[in-house]
Design a binder for this molecule. Structure first.
Ligand code: PHE
Length: 498
């Protein structure tokens, strides 16, 4: 059976950029920058981005492109004991997309309601009360929130029609979903330059708060964000690379993807902080106060700021349309590892059917987040999966690539086929920097979470969070070290270690 392929290298790069650039760039990155001292966040972030996340991106592309299989099989073909790492990656990406799509569903609701700007008077009450109808505590599910559930169904139908033919349909969709949000961001940028107070916002964004850099939490947050924004550590990029020809360039594609992603994050920071500066100006609070609002940024602070501008409805609609188009290509890249992994073990099945089942399953899991307690569950699963699972998978891949398979062997393979070359520094990044930093991140995070219950949630609720780590990892260990007949690949390893 021949594997599907991207129609060209450019289409692959577009798809990779589409996956990387998502809600993480416009919503998560600016709120982290705001929370951790503006300009001081940028330094750890840039370091982690260049020294850690981009080398890992090159590694993932190399593995996927070389092995030409989905995540589990690709890693197993490099070494049988590493199939479990692939399984953790696949299940984690699946868990993430189940709630990522729910955040997109909120965007859709805001988009369809934006012309009237109904949140203008009380954006916080609007978000938590009207849109989420949030219950008092995580223990009160309070039934489904029907508008969100319906919006979620619409989102999943859209995702399905983007991916149903694999790289073929994805390749067509990204021609639109990558440039459109960038253009809209550009429009918002120009608009923001005419807002009074925009420069105060920029100043906060760019002025380093040096003391913040002494806080280890800044470094953990920066490193985690660098991974998430590049879609590294969930085998997403590995899966996308497995649809490339085995001899296509890797280094240039990786750097172009990384540069585009970084540029869009930094650019989005200018837009967001300009608008925050305007909001501070018009409401009389400091930019620091509005910027440190945390995850509520996209749905509380930003809508409020938009409502203060002339033509508020139009710009609100543009903003939420941008979030949706930014998110959709990330969302479908997050479901691809599942589709590829299932296709590997059931090659006879139609990929359109597998894509349909995967979307349906993720929708059903996501319905939990459409209950009145949905936000609490979303918060917990997000916290655990994007820290522990991402760190463990990245660690597994770094050890496999750097030590078991050999960084030098991989580097030679990559350099042989690439337009640009990577130097020996890459070996050090994969063999030493990545594992050491990842272990430190893991230890810091574990000690924090064991000392203080995350966000004060009750133990039973946090047990669900730990479950989203322990169950995939347990299954991964069973796959790696248990009887493995089911996942046997017809091809032998000897053909790969030439
Ligand atoms: N990189 C994308 C983003 O920043 C998608 C993504 C999110 C990938 C979370 C992995 C985890 O939005």
């Amino acid at each position: 059976m021949s594997r599907q392929q991207w129609s060209s290298q450019t289409v692959f790069i577009l798809a990779a950029v589409g996956s990387a650039v998502g809600l993480g760039n416009v919503w998560r990155f600016p709120y982290l920058a705001g929370r951790y001292g503006g300009g001081a966040f940028l330094i750890p972030y840039l370091l982690a981005f260049v020294l850690l996340a981009t080398p890992m991106l090159i590694l993932e592309l190399a593995i996927g492109q070389r092995m030409q299989r989905g995540p589990i099989q690709s890693l197993r073909r490099m070494h049988p004991a590493f199939g479990g790492v692939g399984l953790v990656a696949v299940t984690s990406a699946f868990l993430v997309v189940a709630y990522y799509a729910v955040v997109m569903a909120w965007c859709l609701l805001y988009l369809v309601r934006s012309l009237g700007v109904p949140w203008a008077d009380d954006p916080e009450g609007y978000f938590f009360g009207q849109v989420l109808q949030i219950s008092d505590s995580i223990g009160q599910l309070g039934g489904f929130n029907w508008p969100i559930l319906i919006a979620l169904a619409v989102i999943w139908l859209s995702i399905y029609f983007c991916i149903w033919q694999g790289p073929k349909s994805v390749g067509k969709v990204v021609l639109y979903t990558v440039p459109i949000p960038v253009v809209v961001l550009g429009v918002l940028f120009v608009r923001s330059l005419f807002l009074p107070g925009f420069f105060d916002g920029w100043r906060v964004y760019l002025t380093p708060v040096w003391s913040a850099m002494l806080d280890p939490a800044v470094w953990t947050a920066a490193a985690a964000q660098a991974f998430l924004t590049l879609s590294v550590a969930f085998a997403i990029m590995l899966t996308y690379a497995s649809y490339k020809q085995p001899d296509e360039d890797i280094v240039k594609s990786s750097w172009l993807t990384a540069i585009a992603d970084l540029a869009i994050s930094l650019f989005a920071g200018f837009v967001v902080f300009a608008v925050l500066g305007y909001m501070a100006w018009s409401t009389g609070v400091t930019v620091q106060d509005v910027a440190a609002s945390g995850p509520g940024l996209a749905f509380v602070v930003f809508p409020k700021a938009l409502s203060l501008m002339p033509l508020a409805g139009l710009f609100s609609a543009l903003f939420f349309f941008m979030l949706l188009t930014l998110g959709i290509d990330s969302a479908f890249s997050l479901i691809e590892p599942t589709v590829a992994a299932v296709l590997d073990i059931q090659p006879g099945r139609k990929s359109t059917h597998i894509a349909g089942w995967a979307c349906l399953a993720a929708f059903l899991v996501g319905t939990l987040y459409t209950t009145k307690a949905g936000l609490y569950f979303l918060d917990i699963v997000d916290h655990f999966v994007t820290t522990y699972n991402a760190i463990l998978v990245a660690l597994g891949m770094a050890l496999l690539g750097g030590w078991v398979f050999g960084a030098e062997a991989l580097r030679r393979y990559v350099n042989d086929i690439s337009d640009w070359q990577i130097g020996r520094w890459w070996n050090g990044a994969i063999k030493w920097v990545a594992p050491v930093v990842l272990v430190i991140l893991l230890a810091t995070q574990l000690s924090t979470d064991l000392r203080t219950p995350y966000e004060g949630y009750p133990a039973w609720a946090l047990a669900i969070g730990w479950g989203t780590v322990i169950l995939p990892v347990g299954a991964g260990i069973a796959l790696s070290f248990g009887p493995k007949a089911k996942f046997d690949d017809e091809s032998t390893d000897s053909e790969l270690t030439d």
